[in-house]
Ligand binder design. Sequence first.
Ligand code: PMP
Length: 371
Amino acid sequence: MSSLAVDEGAINLGQGFPDEDGPEDIIAEATRAMLTGDNQYPPMMGISELRQAVANHNKRFYGLDVDWATEVMVTSGATEALADCFFGLLNPGDEVIVFEPAYDSYLPIIERAGASAVIVPLIPPNWQIPTERLVRAFGPKTKAVVINSPMNPTGKVFTAEELALIADLTISHDAYAICDEVYEHLVFDSIKHVPIMTLPGMRERTARIGSAGKTFSLTGWKIGYITASAEVMKGISRAHQYTTYTTAPGLQAGVAYGLGKPDSYFSDLAMDMQGKRDLICNGLSALGFEMAPCQGTYFVTGDFSGLPLEGTADDVCRKLTIDAKVATIPMGPFYSDGNGGNILRFCFCKKPEVLHEAIDRLATYFSNNAK
Ligand code: PMP
């Protein structure tokens, strides 16, 4: 959809990246580190400044006591962190519980690790967990559950009750929780992000993954970090050793500095994104999309069944890109069977004027194509 968007001169609300760079002082700090000579292989686990910053961040926001030397590892983005967790913790024949719709890197890597995913589909439009189905999904072969909260593509933040249920099942099956928390600072409406790692009995069986790409709007830097007990980290760090081994040290220095920013930086980021969420949700519902609630991330989902649009979600996305000049993506790729129904994902981490222009273009398209 991104390349079609470029060909068609469409506004790209498909791919998830901000159209403005992150804080200049973080970029300046990375530049300073590079210019003063931090350009050779850094330690495999990451530079100590960043590991310390990740440990402090865990304490400041979630009250977690973390030993930076043994319980934090830096990776080349959350994508590598996820791969390290899957390769490092799973054995052939293991089962992993995955909620769908799911971020697209999970399934291929779980399968490459020789394990298989047991899918638990969330129920649209509110993306609730089907409790019975989740309970049945856990079994003797369950090795891990993947929790992505706040969740891409749905914008869902798992509730305290849902997290407690998942924690109970994870503990009773002696499994790991692999937590993709890259949107931890993009949570709206005064909801607090709660890492499942903070729940009783979960500290020793959780790998918590963060990403500077999302927290600092620097997605191209690909700096991720994992927090896990020293025991859990052993396997994960072995996978990292033979995957990328290290990550650009200057960028790590920039992120270490960024994680030390005052609380206001993090709350302003969420407030800014919440305003954009409101802008796009109001605009799209006024046009006739049935919007799902969105409590976090860069994304919101909307059902186009009530609109004069024909064909599959793929057809509709193509048509809107070509005819309305607004690109969005279907939900199919987030499902293992490829079927995401009549729901589209819209990315709203764009300048307000870009979001306004996208809504205007869609409004013009629908008024010209009313049935
Ligand atoms: N997990 C989720 C849910 C994401 O949305 C993304 C980025 N789109 C990632 C992981 C990957 O993060 P990174 O760019 O740090 O590899």
